[in-house]
Design a protein around this ligand. Structure first.
Ligand SMILES: [Fe+2]
Ligand SMILES: [Fe+2]
Length: 274
């Protein structure tokens, strides 16, 4: 199976590059399943129903979230009627929406998408390790799912690595999101789980984490309350990870980073024809 994961879509530049490139890549690379993190899609903060629909119609099968999940309050309501939108599974019981969903590909394969949030330097949520164990016991790779994609939305690389090794052999892919900068450590772990500490963002990299530079710099210089952060307005770069899985085991056999756009060196999966 051919999977593509795209990192945090930030504002209009992120949405524009996904809308422009994803339909073409979906065809060209014959993708079976695409998962996109949309936690910053609406002006950098959260997601609206219209934007979620746009990401799905551009070719995403599922949209994941993170600490900004409910910045747009309408998400508290529409997440209940959108089964292809997931928020971190380790939010407290009673939080609207779901933390995992089963996506069916056009070929009829079932992909479990699980969203988790780290706890180091982030909100104190339930234990993501225990929640991952519970979700994967309920829908294991090779049982209820033909592939398992885990989006671990976290700040600390240690926590991301630890969770990836904890899930090695039980997921097709464990991918980090949230830091908005891609790491260079994509690989397949010994148990067959593809891993990358952070896939980076889909957004304007001439920025501070996708936001216009002026206000973040001012906040470091002056430490006083200021104006609202706005997404940077330049051209967005698509950033993510391409993974091919074995149809029999659901484990990863090939992995490569994807970066298309200005500011970062461009890279595409050579094994799908580049
Ligand atoms: Fe983000
Ligand atoms: Fe985040």
């Amino acid at each position: 199976m051919r999977l593509l994961f795209l990192g945090d879509v930030v504002g209009r530049p992120g949405r524009a590059v996904v809308a422009r490139l994803l339909p073409l890549l979906r065809e060209e690379w014959r993708l079976d399943c695409v998962v996109v993190n949309g936690e910053n899609a609406a002006g950098g903060f959260g997601i609206t129903e219209a934007i979620c629909d746009d990401l799905l119609s551009a070719g995403a099968d599922c949209v994941t979230l993170g600490n900004h999940a409910f910045d747009q309050r309408e998400a508290l309501v529409f997440i209940e009627r959108q089964p292809r939108l997931v928020r971190p599974a380790n939010y407290p019981p009673g939080t609207p929406g779901r933390g995992a969903t089963l996506v069916e590909t056009r070929a009829g394969a079932r992909v479990l998408v699980l969203n988790l949030m780290g706890r180091i330097f982030m909100d104190a949520l339930d234990d993501p390790f225990a929640v991952a164990d519970r979700e994967l016991a309920a829908c294991p790779l090779g049982g209820g799912a033909d592939a398992v994609v885990v989006d671990l939305h976290a700040e600390a690389t240690s926590e991301k690595q630890a969770l990836a090794y904890h899930l090695d052999g039980r997921a097709s892919l464990v991918v980090g999101t949230h830091t908005h900068v891609p790491t260079a450590d994509q690989r397949i772990l010994s148990g067959g789980t593809a891993y990358m500490s952070d896939v980076g963002m889909c957004g304007d990299y001439d920025s501070v984490l996708g936001m216009d530079k002026e206000e973040p710099i001012r906040r470091f210089l002056q430490k006083t309350p200021g104006s609202r952060m706005e997404p940077a307005g330049g051209e967005g770069t698509l950033s993510g990870l391409a993974v091919e899985t074995d149809d029999r085991t659901g484990l990863a056999v090939r992995v490569a980073p994807v970066r298309i756009g200005p500011n970062l060196d461009e890279t595409r999966p050579a094994f799908w024809g580049g």
